[in-house]
Ligand binder design. Sequence first.
Ligand code: PEP
Ligand code: MG
Length: 583
Amino acid sequence: MSRRIQGTPGAGGVASGPLWRYRAAPESASAVGGPVGLVPPAVADAGDAPADPVEAIRAAAAEAARQLESLAERVRGLGRGEEAGIFEAQAMMALDPELLDEAVARAEAGEAAEAAVAGAAEKASAVLAALPDELLAARAADVRDVGARIVRILRGESLVLPDQPSIAVADDLPPSIAAEIPPGLLLGVALAGGSATAHAVILARGLGIPAIVGALGLVEAAVSATAIAMDGNSGELVLDPDAGEMAEFKARAVLLAERRGAAASLRGRPGATSDGQRVILLANIGGPQDAARALEAGAEGVGLFRTEFLFMSRQTAPSEAEQIEPYRRVFEAFGPDRQVVVRLADIGGDKALPYLNLPAEANPFLGVRAIRLAYRSRELLAAQLRAIWRAAGRAGVTPHVMAPMVATLADVELLLELRDEARASVAASGDPLPERMVTGVMIEVPSAAIMAPEMARIVDFFSIGTNDLTQYTLAADRGNPALGRLQDGLHPAVLRLIAGVVAGAGAAGIPVAVCGELAGDPLGAAVLVGLGVDELSADAGSLDGVRAALAGVTRAQAVDLARRALAAGDAATVRAMARDLVG
Ligand code: PEP
Ligand code: MG
């Protein structure tokens, strides 16, 4: 009998096919419910393995690093730069002296090599996992995954990959496992755990396959299932679908393929409504490795360059000199005519990096984070601003910069001061300097939205972070799958704040962008444009859908939709209204 489960949409698309189950724990070879992703060695190869457990651990860690490096090289060759970065970081984790010293100490104290590695990896990841931040939680999963790989090598186990096109079902699917699956054999990813920002979701978006996360009870329910149908746009999945359900999902897939084809055919055009109201479509990127994909997707520039990656996975803060090169590469990729908005590091608080030496906080999401760090020490953001000035000078472009987590006018004034001090310092060194730095703030804290009219008078632009603005407005942790229904930026409470921001910006004559997930959602895009937003910035893979949605509505239709949305009672009603218009 078929069984429906509702999860959270991760990556768009519709797929159906056989299940391929994966379980991460080193004990997984004995997992319940039939085939899992691992089998023990057919023939024990103890002859090749060093007898000394300490030597065996070091050899297995070196082999894990080698495997991860070659995986990175392979996916980079396929143009999947973001994933390659994850595997490169994991290769370094496999050789991390702290992890190895801990494993060796455990082995010397008498633990078996496998247990010593698993224990050391668990200890390292538990520290990260305890932090209520999605990025660090994802790194915790990466460390655990590296540990599992070393254990697998020690045991001589190998992965059993799907032998036919299948949908992966798991609690979580580490990218290093997913990337081992030849591209054509992975049709979709359905996870009981994870959040919309989990690595498996990033990977699915990169591959253009659907992903669903937070499908509670999925792994248990799927124990005896053989087939699955899934819709990554709605988050619905069906285990062992009957003929009628199979036909329903096949029809959805056909419709989606038609739409995607039509949307891709508009790629060379700039964003606009059907009657020519321009909407600038920009990409969100995480580093220079994402530039090519954004340009191919027809991005008119970068609306959000998240710079956190430069600050993570390190023992000390990156120096000014170390930062110049990645910024320059992004500026040069987009050239002087396409804006690139660099967001200052959104770290501290929930992303408590070891070198910041911050005291533990009871509520890190409400803690000393991002621009708030500069009240404690100006140097971190000052060095970043100097690096951006210098990189832009070398690339010959006018940089755009914005600060995240701005809550007060004092925060804005501090940003402007830091910017000017950084300029003076670079000027004194005689290096080439751009004329100006276009300076904005993210509006992602309700107080900033409310104070937008005052802030608009002293900055050059606003960029609304709907992910955090929704989280803080509805008091619903964005990483908590149990609160999925509260995490929709189309809630009228959020839209009313956005309308106020647009009005404040309009009075001062500055543009408003949206760079949260809502900007990449075709329904969200239509509402936002109707509210008067000028620019939308989203993952490169979402730009086709947004461009096509806007090309299908007039400005007046979008304005009318936004007016009705503001008067609605909840997000579901707004979504239904938008679907009626956009389809
Ligand atoms: C946001 O909060 O909407 C945003 C774009 O920033 P981040 O997702 O990096 O917090
Ligand atoms: Mg944010």
